[in-house]
Design a protein around this ligand. Sequence first.
Ligand SMILES: [Zn+2]
Length: 51
Amino acid sequence: MPRIFWVTCPACEGRFYCHYEDLRHAGVPLLCPYCQHRFLVEESSAIDDRG
Ligand SMILES: [Zn+2]
């Protein structure tokens, strides 16, 4: 099972997960599925790496 991490959108506080290997340290913007806001992992209101 691929490792994932959870982020919280800084715009709408929506919580969703991303694939750890692809996105955790890639420095590319994440796309919020709720409000379509784009933000970097570092801008997430909360990050949960526990999988
Ligand atoms: Zn959002």
